[in-house]
Design a protein around this ligand. Structure first.
Ligand code: ZN
Length: 273
């Protein structure tokens, strides 16, 4: 009898250090495993949360990995002491990307000048440490592209435009830079996700990766509706199914190429069957 090979997925963007997981993080991880989500990259968004992300990764070697960087919301916090702390983290093998970094003009929690400076500084780190960049952009596409074009060495190890929700033009700009594209459960939103459903088919296999961005962005079309609005990695197969349908692929095909792409970009430990 043929053994059914379980589907394997990688959640490339999960804020697992978030305090909403403090009460049941192990159970969240167990549900992820049961759902086939076998490796996860934990997003660091400040010096403190990047240190927490690394601690989690080190507690689960070859399964959990971390990024280290400063989200544009926290750009004002990037002083010299935060920079030294992040440099120590970036030297760790379990830290597989610089970020999340970028620009967010939707909320402007940090002033734009601070965001631009913090972004450029982190791209410099990526050029120095040779790790890929984990990028965040919202309502700032033109400035974002301008900064990236000024730092070509930062993209030598590649990068991912995480939680992509943009237009066809934005997508084409990112693909032309050689970036990978991270798709979240935003695509499951019957109101806001419609453009994304059309655009996702334009992403070549080899450039597409999947993420929950939990605890944020709970897919709106989960059935039955979960009691909590907290998103978690166990919902990644649901996102993968929607992405696969929009691309005219089977779920297995979509899982296979997105997993290969994530493993390659972040140099994750090979998965055993
Ligand atoms: Zn983000």
């Amino acid at each position: 009898m043929l053994a059914l090979r379980a589907m394997t997925l990688v959640d490339i963007g999960i804020n697992l250090a978030h305090d909403s997981y403090d009460g049941d993080r192990d159970a969240v991880l167990a549900r992820a495993t049961a759902a086939g989500v076998r490796q996860l990259v934990i997003t660091g968004s400040s010096a403190a949360s990047s240190a927490q992300a690394l601690a989690l990764a080190q507690a689960h070697p070859q399964r959990l990995y971390a990024t280290a960087g400063v989200h544009p919301h926290h750009a004002s916090e990037l002083d010299d002491s935060a920079e030294s702390a992040l440099h120590v983290l970036l030297a760790e093998p379990a830290v597989v990307a610089v970020g999340e970094c970028g620009l967010d003009y939707y909320r402007n929690y940090s002033p734009r000048a601070a965001q631009l400076a913090a972004f450029a500084r982190q791209l410099q780190w990526a050029a120095e440490c040779g790790k890929p960049v984990f990028l965040h952009q919202r309502d700032a596409h033109d400035d974002f592209m301008a900064v990236l074009r000024e730092h070509p060495a930062a993209l030598r190890a590649g990068g991912v435009a995480h939680c992509f929700t943009g237009s066809e033009r934005e997508l084409d700009d990112y693909l032309a830079l050689g970036l990978c594209i991270g798709i979240t459960g935003w695509i499951c939103d019957e109101r806001r996700g419609l453009t994304l459903r059309d655009v996702v088919a334009r992403i070549p296999a080899g450039r597409l990766m999947l993420e929950t961005d939990g605890p944020y962005l709970l897919p709106r079309d989960l059935q039955p509706k979960p009691a909590s609005r907290r998103n978690e990695p166990a919902y990644l197969p649901h996102i993968a199914a929607v992405v696969a349908r929009c691309r005219g692929e089977t779920l297995e095909e979509c899982a296979a190429h997105t997993t290969t792409t994530a493993q390659r970009l972040f140099s994750l430990h090979p998965l055993q069957d």
